[in-house]
Structure formats: structure tokens, C-alpha cells
Design a protein around this ligand. Structure first.
Ligand code: KG4
Ligand code: ZN
Length: 343
């Protein structure tokens, strides 16, 4: 089986071809082309939706053409079984570009569309074989942890397609907290990876920020109090380069601890065998190390899976992987962009 994936929910435009290996369900990437407009949003400290949508329009067809060509497929009538498409959540202008382009191609090529929830896509990045991933070791029940720019969610996954939401953030998402704190520190968007870099040179003892809801029984998160605490500190402190590093350390430490404890609590509560992490924030090594240690401490048999960094941030290969496992095609007239799609 061969699938074309298309992703355009935010500031990345991506197309990918994935295929099964032999008669197995193992998925291999034949191409995964990503173009990002993040550079254009760097100065504003956050995404400007109109600019993101305009860049999607410019990029989408060349990216699809490149993806097919790298997978040795003809653009005119590619040998694919279906198109997996992100239909939400995301920015409406960006989503519409992917949805309308895919509908047109689906009619020209006479291939069905599998609508995919972008958040599930992040989790399904773990089911793609690459240098790091070993999907054959994933066992259910699994806890899915989505940590991205717009979402922080915990899912209980009983099997493919059988999942339910068990917790999430009351306010800011983890990535949003990194990005907003980055803006306070005058760092460009997206600030998450920059804060991770600065934290390496930070003094671990200088600042300590709140770890919201860490000892609360629920599986919910809240990061807006952390943001306020940093704001207060920034107002009364002279912000030197070293201060940025020290604040970055404490912010990352606070976010890592909360994510590690809450996710391990979820895994123990639901007797999970695996934890599947996804989303841009999963590219943060400290967060993953803290989470893995906590899970191992609570249950040595619990396995934590994290995609390689390129598959953590937005890409179409993860959308195609989710499309493959969930495999629910929909007639074209039922497919529409849904910016607030949830679980
Ligand atoms: O999943 P993603 O590419 O897009 C969304 O669906 O939101 O995630 C983007 C988010 C941004 O908030 C970015 O700052 C954060 O992921 N991020 C990181 C790191 N790399 C990306 N946060 C912390 N550490 C990183 N290394
Ligand atoms: Zn995403």
C-alpha cells in the first residue's frame, strides 16, 4: 500500500509518500518534503495567519510535485492508493489550502481521501520506521502525549482507532508557553528550540518557577501561571544574556517536570505498556529524558517512544501514517477544514 500525505495546518507545507514494506504493516518513508514559513514569523514572535496562508498557496503544488518525484511517482497519475489529508485542527486559511488542493487532485487522479486529525498524526509519527523508531515494540494500551505549539493532550489508546481524551491543558499549550516566554526574552519565533539551547548554559539554582498542577490528581495541565511568574521576574530583573540562559533553564525544568509526572501518572492509572509522544515540543531532549526517567522509575516495563526530531514537528509523513492505520476514507463532499477539530 502506498499513501500520499498532505499537511498544511499551520506554517509548514508538507507532502509525503509512505509505503508498507512487503506484506507487513511496517511503514517506510519514500519522501517527506517540508517547507516552512516560520522565518517570516520570527520577528512578530508568533504566527501571522494571513502570511502563513499565503505561503501555503505558494508552496503546496511544488511540494506535492517534489514529494511524488522523490518517490519516483508521476504527477499525472501517481500509483498511490489514497491521499491522507490534515483536516484540522489548525489555522483556517492554511487548512483550506491543503483541503481544496487535495480535493482537486483526488478528483483528477480518482483516488479516495482519508481525513486525518493533525493531533493523531503527531502520535502516529511513532509508527513510521526510521533510524530511531521501532514501531514493532509498541504495545497497547498506550498513552498518547501530544505536546505541540497549540496543544498539550493526553490520550488513552486501546488500539488503532480506539482512543479517548483523558487530560489536557486548561490554558496555554507547552509549546505556546515556550513561544510566549521567548517573546518576553526577545527571542525569535519559534522560541522552544532556542530556549532549549540557552538552558544548557543556565544556572540551575538562580530561578525556580511554579510547576502548575503537578501534585493535583487530575491529568490536566496549566502553563499560564508559569508564564505570569516569568513575566514578573523579567520586569524586575536586568535581562542580560546570562539571565536569559538562567530563565530558560528554570522554564524548561518546570515544563519538563510537569509533563513527566502527569504522563507517568496517566500511564500508571491506565496500566499502559507504552507512551507515545509527539508534537514539536517532543524535539526537546530534556523533556524526553525527564519523562523517560520518570516512567522507568514508576514502571520499569513501561516504554517511551519518541519520533526522530524531523518527525516531531509538523510533517506529512505522520499524517500518512495516521491515515494508513485509521484508514477511514470519506466521500469528497463530506470533507471540510475544521480549525477546532478535537478528539
Ligand atoms: O508540532 P509543531 O511543529 O506545530 C504545531 O502543531 O503546533 O510544534 C511547534 C511548537 C512550537 O511551539 C515550538 O516552539 C515547539 O514546538 N518546539 C520546541 C522545540 N522544538 C519545537 N519546544 C521546546 N524544545 C524544542 N526543542
Ligand atoms: Zn503540529
Amino acid at each position: 500500500m502506498k499513501l500520499l500525505g498532505i499537511e498544511s495546518s499551520c506554517d509548514e507545507t508538507s507532502a509525503a509518500v509512505i509505503e508498507t514494506i512487503g506484506s507487513t504493516n511496517d511503514l517506510r518513508i519514500s519522501s517527506n518534503i517540508i517547507s516552512s514559513s516560520a522565518m517570516l514569523h520570527a520577528k512578530t514572535g508568533g504566527i501571522v495567519p494571513e502570511i502563513a496562508a499565503r505561503e501555503q498557496i505558494k508552496a503546496i503544488l511544488p511540494i506535492i510535485e517534489e514529494s511524488l518525484s522523490q518517490a519516483n511517482l508521476e504527477f499525472d497519475n501517481p500509483d498511490i492508493d489514497a491521499i491522507a489529508l490534515t483536516v484540522g485542527p489548525g489555522l483556517i486559511g492554511s487548512l483550506l489550502v491543503g483541503v481544496e488542493t487535495t480535493k482537486t487532485l483526488s478528483m483528477i487522479w480518482n483516488r479516495p481521501i482519508i481525513p486525518v486529525n493533525h493531533l493523531l498524526g503527531h502520535i502516529y509519527a511513532n509508527f513510521i520506521i526510521d533510524q530511531k523508531n521501532k514501531p514493532s515494540e509498541i504495545n497497547f494500551p498506550a498513552i498518547g502525549l501530544v505536546i505541540s505549539g497549540g496543544h498539550t493532550d493526553l490520550l488513552l489508546m486501546e488500539s488503532h482507532g480506539k482512543y479517548r481524551w483523558i487530560g489536557g491543558t486548561h490554558d496555554d499549550a507547552a509549546g505556546e508557553a515556550f513561544d510566549k516566554i521567548g517573546r518576553m526574552l526577545d527571542l525569535p519565533y519559534p522560541a522552544g528550540p532556542i530556549i532549549e539551547g540557552l538552558a544548557k548554559k543556565g544556572d540551575p539554582l538562580r530561578f525556580k518557577f511554579p510547576r502548575p498542577l503537578i501534585y493535583e490528581k487530575s491529568l490536566n495541565f496549566s502553563f499560564s501561571g508559569l508564564k505570569t511568574a516569568v513575566f514578573r521576574e523579567v520586569q524586575k530583573t536586568r535581562i542580560t544574556q546570562q539571565t536569559k540562559c538562567d530563565i530558560s533553564f528554570a522554564v524548561q525544568d518546570s515544563i519538563s517536570s510537569v509533563i513527566a509526572i502527569k504522563t507517568a501518572n496517566a500511564a500508571i492509572k491506565y496500566k499502559a505498556s507504552s507512551v507515545l509522544v509527539g508534537g514539536g515540543v517532543a524535539a526537546n531532549d530534556t523533556i524526553i529524558k525527564t519523562l523517560t526517567l520518570e516512567c522507568r522509575k514508576r514502571n520499569p516495563d513501561l516504554k517511551v517512544f519518541v519520533p526522530s526530531k524531523k518527525l516531531c514537528t509538523d510533517n506529512a509523513a505522520m499524517i500518512a501514517a495516521a491515515g494508513f492505520y485509521l484508514n477511514k476514507t470519506q466521500p469528497i463532499e463530506k470533507i471540510s477544514a475544521n480549525p477546532s477539530l478535537y478528539f
